[in-house]
Design a protein around this ligand. Structure first.
Ligand code: ADP
Ligand code: MG
Length: 302
């Protein structure tokens, strides 16, 4: 095999190159990365495609020194493809981290939640009144990952500030490590959004998107009075689907299950609808197991 380096040098001296190109190509050929590449790969490269090879080396050298709008976030590397020299672009560390993050964000969807929930960790979840909830959370994760049968989620009931939402976030984070995707949403805000969507005719699309999440967590259920429509056509439809499909669902509430049933039995207009409330609660009880969380209010501790 002919010496590629000398062919390139010969090419460099040919008359039909502009002075600028010749100068830059000369610097490119003296670049240590280029030299190393040529040394390691010269017997794999087609010696007749010198002008193409030169153009790739030139491109590599230029992009190595100045990133352009197009190649920002990537670094160039010379490769041999089909006996020709080509430039490939690889994501740099920052770009890789960003890609990882966006994968993470699509796998752990937070709707109307404080973003610091993303940092919640089971390792940090401790303290008086929380041991039972922690043990059940760990059981859930273990069963969900290792058993084929349906694993009910948890219904975390307890006072304001005891860390219910934090625990939901920590469970979602742990599951994400095992590639299980969770949607965690603040239910009262979602209900208001749904009401606003009625006029835009996209309630169904929004409900459909949520109801099929691998793991769904409805935070702060019962925090405000629900209209019959939200209770039956939104919450009821989501829970019915999840029950049919055996999809684990978590809840957090300031109410116990029993209190939530009473709460749901009275609609926004003050009318009593105990049968409707019972139907919702049957689904809640199928999909989750109640855990009472106690302990200090951590909200003002920070
Ligand atoms: P709840 O949902 O029960 O009202 P939160 O989960 O919102 O309570 O917790 C109240 C506050 O305490 C939040 O700011 C939360 O981030 C913080 N918190 C709760 N548990 C922990 C923990 N184990 N480590 C650090 N901060 C916590
Ligand atoms: Mg909360």
């Amino acid at each position: 095999m002919e010496n590629l380096g000398s062919r390139l040098a010969e090419y460099l001296n040919s008359k039909n190159l502009t002075e600028d190109y010749r100068r830059l190509l000369n610097s490119a050929l003296n670049d240590p990365d280029v030299q190393r590449f040529l040394k390691e790969n010269s017997d794999r490269i087609n010696p007749n495609a010198i002008s193409t090879s030169a153009a790739s080396i030139y491109e590599f050298y230029n992009n190595k020194r100045h990133t352009s709008e197009l190649t920002r976030g990537y670094y160039p590397k010379l490769i041999v493809n089909n006996h020709n020299i080509e430039v490939a672009y690889y994501p740099n560390e920052r770009t890789q981290n960003r890609e990882k993050r966006s994968q993470y964000e699509s796998g752990f969807v937070l709707m109307d939640m404080a973003p610091d929930i993303r940092r919640a960790k089971l390792d940090d979840y401790d303290g008086e009144g929380r041991q039972d909830a922690l043990a059940k959370a760990l059981d859930f994760i273990d069963n969900y990952l290792h058993q084929d049968s349906f694993t009910p989620g948890l219904y975390l009931a307890g006072d304001f500030g005891v860390g219910k939402t934090y625990l939901l976030g920590a469970i979602a984070n742990e599951l994400f490590k095992h590639d299980v995707h969770t949607t965690l949403m603040h239910f009262p805000t979602f209900a208001v959004e749904m009401k606003d969507s009625i006029g835009q005719n996209n309630v169904l699309a929004k409900v459909n998107k949520i109801k099929g999440a691998d793991i769904l967590m409805l935070d702060d259920i019962g925090a405000d009075t629900m209209s019959s429509w939200i209770r039956d056509e939104v919450l009821g439809v989501i829970l019915q689907y999840r029950m049919q499909e055996n999809l684990p669902t978590f809840f957090s509430s300031n109410f116990s299950m029993k209190e939530l049933e009473q709460h749901l039995a009275v609609n926004q207009r003050g009318e009593e609808e105990p049968v409707k409330a019972k139907r919702i609660m049957e689904r809640v009880k199928y999909l989750s197991r109640e855990v009472i969380v106690t302990g200090e209010n951590r909200r003002f501790k920070k």
